[in-house]
Design a binder for this molecule. Sequence first.
Ligand SMILES: Cc1cc2nc3c(=O)[nH]c(=O)nc-3n(C[C@H](O)[C@H](O)[C@H](O)COP(=O)(O)OP(=O)(O)OC[C@H]3O[C@@H](n4cnc5c(N)ncnc54)[C@H](O)[C@@H]3O)c2cc1C
Length: 422
Amino acid sequence: MAGVTAARALSAAGARVVVLEAGDRVGGRVRTVRGFAAVPVEAGAEFIHGVTAATWAEVRAAGLRCQPVPYLRNSWFCLAGRNRWLPLHLLHPGAWPGFGVLRALRRAAGDAAGDGEPSCAALLAGRGYRGRALELARLAVSAHLPGSPEELGVAGLVADGVLRLERGLNHRVLDGYDRVPAHIAAGLDVRLGQRVTAVAWGPDAVEVTVDGGGAVAARAAIAALPHGVLASGTVRFDPALPAAKAEAIRRIRTGAVVKVLLRFRERFWPRRMAQLVCGTGPLTLYWPASFGTDGPAVLVGYATGPRARALSEAGADRAAEAALEDLARLFPRSRPRAGVTGTLFADWPADPNALGGYTYLPPGAAGAREALAAPDTGALLWAGSAAAWQPIADTVEAAYLSGLRAAGQAARLLGGDPPGPG
Ligand SMILES: Cc1cc2nc3c(=O)[nH]c(=O)nc-3n(C[C@H](O)[C@H](O)[C@H](O)COP(=O)(O)OP(=O)(O)OC[C@H]3O[C@@H](n4cnc5c(N)ncnc54)[C@H](O)[C@@H]3O)c2cc1C
């Protein structure tokens, strides 16, 4: 998303642009699967967060159909290991203190940045949560992030805008999310199967080497690599990156995210269930691939952080088994295993082009995204969702905005007019 967005903006401004892509398709962590069900399903990013996301302009320009997913009144919880489903608006008062943690986080973040920054777990411990309230509070801070509360920094979580995820209305692209990057990439010179292994950079020129020895020389380049790939060291920079950039890459963490997609003969979950949030178990969230319709009976299981790491290590078969066992626990009157007709495991940590799901900031890492994004490497500029923090870090929208930002920087370097948003 970041790469093709930057490329299109620069092309529109008159530059000659080449996109080097290691994989065999455009979209990266936006990966739609067709053929698994009667509708497209998402193995990677699935939702547009909020109604003001910058990516809406592309969705509309591409003429894509979208569906709102109203979580607030349709979220169900399984807490304390018991099959007690609680719609959010009826949650037992004993669980409500868990949500107070979001306000507490916001207040604490201001004083917290820097070396003494506590982890989210330390903040929760300080507030004395117990039992179900603690389980809910841990979910509130970490359900979407690929780090445990022990690994997440308070200031980083707030700076990343993650708390907005709990409030905005999400939409799903019914035609498939991959139509968005495909629309942006239309007509661009995208070269697939080109794995970048080295980048030589200077003030006025860049040379990019790809696996197999080919090289592309250019007046400027934009690195739109996932942070997981950057942190793995598989791409060599010459000269080495400045200390502030290298330190930023070290401080930001890419964590594990996996999805287990399960197709059934028929739906056995309530039609109104937009998501089921689980305090314990192998997966954190389940949601239907089609909400509130008579669409195909597909459930998406979602795990981040330690739960995702365990499933990734277990492998596809075991992950599907674990999800089916879990669903039998959650829906004791149904027989999920008897009705399953297909499974698909999206193992992002095992994908060499991602090496993880997405990023979070541990204690002490606030400000690292800004350092990763900084144009401090001459003719080599930086995009990618890990290098963007507005309005919500490491989302499709963040990737898109980072591409526009890097394109503007590149256009100034090339001496042209900054490109417009289209
Ligand atoms: C399971 C999952 C669910 C998600 N859900 C959502 C969601 O609902 N909403 C949302 O907004 N965001 C979501 N995200 C996050 C979102 O997908 C990413 O933040 C965003 O797509 C990243 O875009 P990007 O362009 O920065 O990186 P990528 O999409 O990772 O693009 C980087 C590209 O670089 C290529 N590449 C890698 N290494 C090399 C190399 N050495 N040489 C050349 N090319 C290389 C990759 O193949 C890839 O195409 C989710 C992510 C995951 C994994």
